[in-house]
Ligand binder design. Structure first.
Ligand code: HEM
Length: 411
């Protein structure tokens, strides 16, 4: 496992190799749910789990039978001291350390704290749209103009780091979540990932040192100086926390926004004209995007003990990929699962996970996505995806979205 690897989730299954396959993995999910709902893939040496009930059972038992920590994978090799900081984050830690780490930053992400950010997020969104419209000439790339910069500016402001460096943040984050597809030279891939991890760590080390000497009113200071329930975070934990928040806080939301626009564009009704923030229909539609085309399609787990699941015997130390995206299309849970139903209710999707690792940033991601879409829908009309748009999927084996999304519109 490379220093930056988050859970060994970096190799595409054979069926998802190639650009078009990752743009539309849903037929493969359907086939797997029916014919091989829990299967062992000898090439990746991992189990794949596709059905809603099985995925949810695993996530619900994170504190007992299953773990997110790659350290529990058989044969795991400890990275050098100056690499692999993400291993020390809440995402990849088990109780009790998981809860202690989460408690350090939890307050900042509670719905009440996040609600207070709405006016600032609206102002930033309006500024970004105005800026993009200057040269737009009826077309703009929603990734460049809005969906990437907005979440990264917001998380940078929360952490207290300058967002002028955001191109750098994007390069690091994209490299770290990149999947090893067939076009990738494995050695260069590992090296690039290590370098991105090291550069990011050096950046945050400097920022943390500054906060220890001169505390500010920001999340980095909390991370740098926390002496609460958890005691002071170790050096590796503090660095990992900053890296996790920066990575998790940006591209996932970028692609919830792009995925939403694709869902609205493809729908028979003119959703761009009818969805509204006022009556809650926009929020409901965003939940459906999280189900139908969520930006996180898969996560990993490891059994801590031998477990029987769906008639299969999983051994302690085996790798498991839980396919959230496949679970979210399971007909056993969602009637008409392959149809995008903007007002679907109930909608107990797993787009933000489930159980103790349930996404800490869910209220923030929902708010940012709602504000960006609301501002677009109110300020522009006749929105469509440019007919000649070349939809290139993000080359990550668990993040789902497109690299760019050119929109046409009237003002
Ligand atoms: C965890 C999805 C946005 C921070 C997770 C998990 C999922 C997820 C599926 C569970 C991982 C697991 O069980 O292994 C998403 C999606 C997002 C999003 C789809 C956007 C649409 C954010 C944002 C932040 C964030 C904006 C923070 C700024 C985290 C953290 C965890 C997490 C810290 C780990 C929680 C824990 O281990 O207790 N996210 N996320 N996420 N997410 Fe998000």
């Amino acid at each position: 496992m490379s220093g930056a690897d988050i859970g060994g989730l970096q190799t595409f299954p054979d069926a998802l190799q190639g650009r078009d396959a990752w743009l539309d993995p849903f037929d493969w999910y359907a086939e797997m749910r029916e014919n091989a709902p829990i299967r062992y893939d000898p090439t990746r040496q991992t189990w794949d789990v596709f059905r809603y009930e099985d995925v949810k059972t695993i996530l619900a038992n994170d504190d007992e039978q299953f773990s997110t920590s790659p350290r529990n994978i058989a044969g795991f090799q400890e990275p050098p001291e100056d690499e692999g900081f993400l291993l020390e984050t809440m995402l990849l830690q088990d109780p009790p350390r998981h809860g202690e780490l989460r408690s350090v930053v939890e307050g900042a992400f509670e719905p009440r704290s996040i609600r207070e950010l709405e006016p600032r997020i609206r102002t930033l969104t309006a500024e970004l749209i105005d800026e993009a419209l200057v040269d737009a000439n009826g077309e703009l790339d929603v990734v460049d103009a809005l969906a990437y910069p907005l979440p990264v500016i917001v998380i940078a402001e929360l952490l207290g780091i300058p967002h002028d460096d955001r191109d750098q943040f994007k390069r690091w984050s994209d490299t770290i979540v990149r999947g090893a597809d067939e076009d990738v030279d494995p050695e260069a891939f590992v090296q690039e990932q290590q370098q991105a991890g090291q550069e990011m760590a050096a950046y945050f080390l400097d920022q943390i040192e500054r906060r220890r000497q001169q505390p500010q009113d920001d999340l980095l200071t909390t991370i740098a100086t926390e002496e609460g329930e958890s005691g002071q975070l170790s050096h590796r934990e503090a660095l990992g926390m900053c890296m996790l928040l920066l990575i998790a806080g940006n591209i996932t939301t970028t692609h919830l926004i792009t995925n939403a626009i694709r869902c609205f564009d493809e729908h028979d009704d003119d959703l761009f004209a009818t969805l509204s923030d006022e009556d809650g229909s926009l929020s409901a539609a965003i939940e459906e995007v999280l189900r139908y085309r969520g930006s996180v399609q898969a996560m990993t787990r490891v059994p801590r003990e031998d477990v029987e699941l769906g008639g299969k015997q999983l051994e302690a130390g085996d790798g498991i990929v839980v396919w959230l995206g496949a679970a979210n299309r399971d007909e056993r849970q969602f009637p008409d699962a392959d149809t995008f139903v903007p007002d679907r209710s109930p909608n107990q999707h797993l787009g933000f996970g489930h159980g103790i690792h349930y996404c800490l940033g869910a209220p923030l991601a929902r708010l940012e996505t709602r504000v960006v879409l609301d501002e677009l829908l109110t300020r522009l009309s006749d929105i469509t995806i440019a007919p000649d748009a070349d939809l290139t999927p993000v080359r990550s084996s668990f993040i789902y979205g497109v690299e760019s999304l050119p929109l046409r519109f009237e003002r």
